[in-house]
Ligand binder design. Structure first.
Ligand code: HEM
Ligand SMILES: [Ca+2]
Ligand SMILES: [Ca+2]
Length: 300
């Protein structure tokens, strides 16, 4: 595999604690970095593997591409890297810092911890056009499944990992088309009739497209299974999220997270750690196509 738990135990024993204390400090002044870092790790892993390609600055790099414009938390990774270079120069990769910071973000919002295998190396390429294979918010379940399968992740991993939307927010522009009669078909019928006017009030038809709304209504700061109850109740925000309930092939997993009788129960917070370990091992680099960056925003 290339990664293992405790990779830095001899070369940089404080590596994990330096990352977690840095994330915790930033989280205290700005809790939005927790969802930000979790999403950043996902967007890193799905493009050229978990190799910190997302962190590179420059024209036409991944971070300039449309799906990445809303990412938050770059300064947290840079801060951790500065401290790690002081403590053990040249040892800890930016890709590992990001994988650890994603785990720490889940823990800070009340999720369960897991052991993150480390030993990733940093990539030397970052290109905006590579982000085309990231899932989109209008994708069908078949398309979502295909994009995850292409990374070795199955339907259960898909439902579990999209459960990361239990924290954080989205801009109105990514779902307001569901709320109004724009195509002549009325609003999206999978939205609960009680919930529709609430969402319309949050995102008026010609209102601010950048206004942010919780992805998990009433539980945006807590890492819990509430996101799945909202899907069951027609309270999913993104079209792609609500489809996890509409489509019977993924609905079963949602029901299992909700403990529906007659189905084998799954604990969301336990499964999340397992699926994250799988995701964070996508395309891990070990060879000469990689390096340990000195600064996370630039190749050496
Ligand atoms: C089908 C797959 C997915 C799609 C289509 C999708 C799409 C989106 C969209 C459109 C947003 C809102 C962005 C914005 O307004 O700036 C978002 C936010 C978010 N996504 Fe996903 N996502 C997917 C899977 C995942 C996965 C696998 C994770 C992590 C494991 C994740 C974590 C997050 C988080 C935490 C946020 C909130 C970000 C914040 O508050 O800054 N997403 N996602
Ligand atoms: Ca990457
Ligand atoms: Ca939640």
């Amino acid at each position: 595999q290339g990664t293992r738990v405790g990779f830095y135990s001899r070369t940089c024993p404080r590596a994990e604690s330096i990352v977690s204390s840095t994330v915790a400090t930033h989280f205290k002044s700005n809790p939005a970095i927790a969802p930000g870092l979790l999403r950043m790790h996902f967007h890193d892993c799905f493009v050229r593997g978990c190799d910190a390609s997302i962190l590179i600055n420059g024209s036409n790099t991944e971070k300039t591409a449309l799906p990445n414009l809303g990412l938050k938390g770059y300064e947290v990774i840079d801060d951790a890297k500065t401290q790690l270079e002081a403590a053990c120069p040249g040892f800890v990769s930016c890709a590992d810092i990001l994988a650890l910071a994603a785990r720490d973000s889940v823990v800070l919002t009340g999720g369960r911890s897991w052991q993150v295998p480390t030993g990733r190396r940093d990539g030397r390429v970052s290109s905006a056009s590579d982000t085309a294979n990231l899932p989109g918010f209008t994708d069908s379940i078949d398309a979502q499944k295909q994009k995850f399968a292409a990374k070795g992740l199955n339907a259960q991993d898909l439902v579990t990992l999209v459960g990361g939307h239990t924290i954080g927010t989205t801009a109105c522009q990514f779902f307001n088309y569901r709320l109004y009669n724009t195509t002549g078909n009325g609003s999206d019928p999978t939205i609960s009739a009680l919930f529709l006017p609430q969402l319309q009030a949050l995102c008026p038809q010609n209102g601010d497209r950048t206004k942010r709304v919780a992805l998990d209504t009433d539980s945006e700061n807590k890492f819990d299974a509430s996101f799945f109850s909202n899907l069951r109740n027609g309270r999913g925000i993104l079209e792609s999220d609500q489809k996890l309930w509409t489509d019977t092939s993924t609905r079963t997993f949602v029901q299992r997270f909700l403990g529906v009788r007659g189905l084998a129960a799954l604990n969301f917070n336990v499964e999340f750690g397992k699926s994250m370990v799988k995701m964070s091992n996508i395309g891990v680099k070990t060879g000469s196509d990689s390096e340990i960056r000195k600064i996370c925003s630039a190749i050496n």
